[in-house]
Design a protein around this ligand. Structure first.
Ligand code: AMP
Ligand code: GLY
Length: 438
């Protein structure tokens, strides 16, 4: 069987690894933006180019006689790559363009939740002009709002009062900036609590959950510094997180299921692929931060590393509408993922430095990300470079493994040595307990 992976980061490396260990031994093909040697060592053919060029990727898929495609990142989903592949009779994991609006349009996602009365919706309003914005900001209150650009902004379109915006004047000036780019503005109530990622597989009728993961967006130790694509993440052996109650998990799961039902009713189409709910546990229950229409990066690394069932079977079941919970099993182990990123990342990263991974002992849990192989050397291209996933019986033990191994990635890089440590996990538990007033 010929399987195409679209994308060439660490998430796609983890997808390739999960396919590669399948007893079905598929032939793996990749369309990526750069030559990731972690992926290319497992592929039959590897094309590099613009993966948002729908016609070019579709042409490669036809030429390679692809039987099943998996789209990693959101940008090709927004361009309608899934639509084009299905039109060419290539079953695809990843929703069609209209369904992917659950990620690509923040106002679509909020409006859908409102229309279908789905719990976890913060107070929000959308604006196409400045008119009404000052009044809504005042209604939410100083320090109590979040301003978002409606469309995909590579994780840089959201500014939070208190963190990035320090007055109504600053908020209004950011709104003007968004409107000047021709984008809609979404303003919503600021939620306070612990964020978590809850992803599931969907075949259009049935959804099956993956272990819950917590990502770390901030660049530096103790959650300081600018937002990034995600510096690392952890999951626990019981597939929940130490600060979540069973009720939190249940609420989040019901929201994911309700959104999938709402999407298929609203758009009269099947959502085939991954739905990733980004949630926040607050003192008033679980709320939705946003939805993504794909696997998270780094979250995919945590979950796919401990997937014990056949990923090829899961993908086939998603595209044929025959997904069931018994096809999806994960080891009851904790994982800690740490990303090594270029010095200066995210604002002013060193580009094109050569890195060396020789000192990493267990390379099967090392995932290469923004790298390019040139003449047998690995160049770090400027975004997140490589991630290591420690797996053990406890988060604490998994952290120790990840910390030792990530240090083995040699180059002008840095990582967060606090992700997954007992101290940081305890802080999350204490913060949540304080919020709940216990
Ligand atoms: P997003 O791009 O929507 O994932 O937002 C980026 C980050 O902004 C999230 O990970 C949250 O930390 C923060 N954020 C987004 N929406 C809210 C909200 N309503 N309340 C508090 N923080 C938010
Ligand atoms: N972990 C954040 C994301 O994948 O969007």
């Amino acid at each position: 069987m010929n399987i195409l992976i679209v994308g060439s980061g660490a998430r796609e490396h983890a997808i390739a690894a999960a396919l590669h260990r399948s007893p079905q031994q598929p032939h793996i093909f990749c369309c990526g933006t750069s030559l990731n040697p972690g992926i290319s060592q497992m592929t039959y053919h590897y094309w590099t180019g613009d993966i948002t060029d729908v016609a070019a990727v579709t042409k490669m898929a036809k030429e390679w006689q692809i039987d099943l495609a998996i789209i990693g990142p959101e940008a090709p989903l927004e361009k309608g790559l899934a639509d084009a592949l299905w039109q060419n009779a290539i079953p695809t994991v990843g929703p069609k363009r209209a369904l992917a609006q659950i990620e690509t349009s923040k106002s679509f996602a909020r409006d859908l939740m409102q229309k279908y009365d789905i719990p976890g919706l913060p107070r929000y309003r959308k604006f196409q002009e400045l008119n009404g914005i000052p009044a809504f900001l005042a209604e939410l209150g100083e320090g109590q709002y979040v301003v978002k650009a409606n469309g995909l902004m590579g994780g840089k379109g959201v500014k939070v009062a208190g963190d990035h915006l320090h007055s109504f004047a600053e908020a209004i000036s950011y709104c003007k900036e968004i409107l000047a780019q021709g984008q809609e503005v979404v303003i919503e109530e600021k939620l306070v609590g612990q964020e978590f990622s809850f992803m599931c597989f969907s075949d259009g009728k049935q959804a099956v959950p993956m272990p819950i993961v917590q990502d770390h967006k901030r660049a530096f130790v103790n959650d300081e510094g600018p937002n990034t694509g995600g510096m690392g993440s952890y999951s626990d052996a019981n597939h929940s997180l130490p600060f979540l109650s069973a009720d939190d998990v249940q609420q989040a799961w019901q929201i994911n299921e309700a959104v999938l039902r709402a999407l298929s009713t609203e758009l009269q189409d099947k959502y085939i692929g991954i739905l990733y709910g980004s949630f926040i546990a607050t003192h008033q229950g679980v709320y939705v931060i946003e939805f993504n229409a794909r696997l998270g990066d780094p979250e995919a690394l945590n979950v796919l590393t401990i997937l014990t069932s056949d990923f090829v079977t899961i993908c086939q079941a998603m595209v044929t509408g025959s997904l069931s919970a018994d096809q999806v099993t994960f080891a009851n182990q904790a994982t800690v993922c740490k990303y090594a990123v270029p010095q200066g990342y995210p604002d002013d990263p060193i580009k094109d430095a050569v890195i060396c991974i020789e000192a990493v002992k267990n390379k099967s849990r090392l995932y290469l990300a923004s790298v390019n192989a040139v003449d047998g050397k690995i160049h770090a291209t400027g975004s997140r470079t490589a991630a290591y996933v420690g797996v053990a019986d406890s988060i604490s033990m998994a952290e120790e493994i990840a910390e030792v191994e990530v240090r083995g990635i040699d180059g002008p890089l840095f990582h967060r040595d606090d992700i997954g440590t007992d101290r940081l996990i305890q802080r999350r538990i204490d913060d949540m307990r304080r919020l709940r007033g216990a």
